[in-house]
Design a protein around this ligand. Structure first.
Ligand code: SAH
Length: 347
């Protein structure tokens, strides 16, 4: 499929605040209140072009009919029997990304991507196997949430940066998107989570923002050797240094950190690993979220059975660690954690 021309140098309107939109309409020779209308149509009514905004004067709409507001194109949609919906979105340069809508009784969570692909190449993750193309722009992150909101016809309540990509390698756009979710879509900071494998210095930068979001760190191993085996970038970032940044994060923000731990049967889920984790995290204001491994094609890791998972959880509790298990969603549509590779399943 041929690529479309690359995005224009002026950033699209999506992602801009109400004040910025008011400024923009004034530059176009329109009264400032039209900026408020534009804001409402962009973020609440899901306008995809200026032409659709029927409260605007006809002539102005016609003049700007081709203006790019910044919405991506829905390329494919796959619904899982558990209600999870995976969306493949086509960006303006033709690249494809994935986003996942996860409904529960009281929530609608969106799992957003922050990059096209991912450069981290973690051994257990499908996104990493596909390589890395580029960072997403703010509007491309915001669009994902609007897409899910429109499809479900329900307000998005929670956002997790757990889709494709490493959000701390695209911190500026991710922070701008968080600002937009908070200010323009009314989603509370406490309902947003950034998940990172850890990039030296970046957790400190995030801490300096003093946000009330949750930081989730993909630890996945109880010792350095095992972590390096699973996560190539761990070689340049020892667990001790990672945990020190996390401690500073807790100190600066007053928020506890979540440690994500992918459970790979018979590899990192033994009693010795529980003991090591107990040592590492003793006295740390944290919480361990166990993620049973979701199978991907390229590797031979094993998903733990219920008994093994329970035993590991129990061993962690005996180490006085706070622990929970992430419920698997979207597995049968390759929409679960680590399975996002921007591909369409055969139907
Ligand atoms: N780059 C970020 C976001 C990745 S996705 C990070 O590394 O945290 C969110 C979570 O899914 C991460 O903890 C990631 O390690 C985990 N994950 C990746 N592949 C997985 C798989 N096959 N099964 C279960 N979890 C996986």
């Amino acid at each position: 499929m041929p690529s479309l021309p690359s995005a224009p140098s002026q950033p699209p309107l999506l992602g801009r605040s109400q004040a910025e939109l008011m400024h923009w309409v004034e530059q176009q020779g329109q009264p400032a209140y039209r900026g408020r209308q534009l804001h409402q149509w962009l973020y609440q009514k899901g306008a995809r072009s200026l032409e659709e905004i029927t409260v605007f004067p006809k002539q102005w709409r016609a003049e700007l009919a081709t203006l790019n507001l910044g919405r991506s194109e829905l390329y494919h949609r796959a619904a899982s029997p558990d209600g999870t919906v995976k969306f493949l979105l086509k960006l303006q340069d033709g690249q494809i990304i994935e986003t996942v809508g996860i409904p529960t009784e009281k929530r609608l969570t969106v799992c957003v991507s922050s990059q096209v692909g991912c450069p981290m190449a973690c051994d257990f993750c499908a996104t990493g196997k596909g390589g890395f193309s580029r960072n997403l722009a703010t509007h491309e992150i915001v669009d994902q949430v609007l897409t899910v909101q429109e499809d479900f016809q329900q307000r998005v309540s929670h956002i997790v940066f757990m889709g494709m990509g490493e959000p701390l390698l695209n911190l500026e756009a991710v922070l701008a998107a968080i600002g937009c979710f908070n200010q323009d879509l009314g989603i509370g900071q406490r309902s947003m989570t950034i998940s990172t494998v850890g990039i030296p210095g970046q957790i400190r930068r995030l801490a300096a923002q003093q946000l009330q979001i949750t930081l989730a760190v993909s630890l996945h191993a109880s010792n350095q050797a095992l972590r390096e085996r699973l996560i190539p970038s761990a070689r340049h970032y020892p667990i001790a240094a990672l945990l020190e940044e996390c401690r500073d994060y807790v100190g600066q923000t007053g928020r506890r950190v979540t440690f994500e731990y992918i459970v790979l049967s018979e590899l990192n889920d033994g009693p010795e690993h529980a003991a090591e984790l107990g040592q590492l995290l003793r006295g740390f204001q944290s919480h361990i979220n166990l993620i049973p491994y979701n199978p991907i094609q390229e590797v031979e890791f094993k998903r733990p059975n219920r008994q093994r998972l329970q035993a590991f959880m129990q061993a962690l509790k005996e180490q006085h660690l706070a622990v929970s298990v992430r419920q698997t969603r979207g597995l049968d549509r390759d929409a679960a954690c680590g399975q996002l590779r921007a591909s369409v399943l055969p139907q």
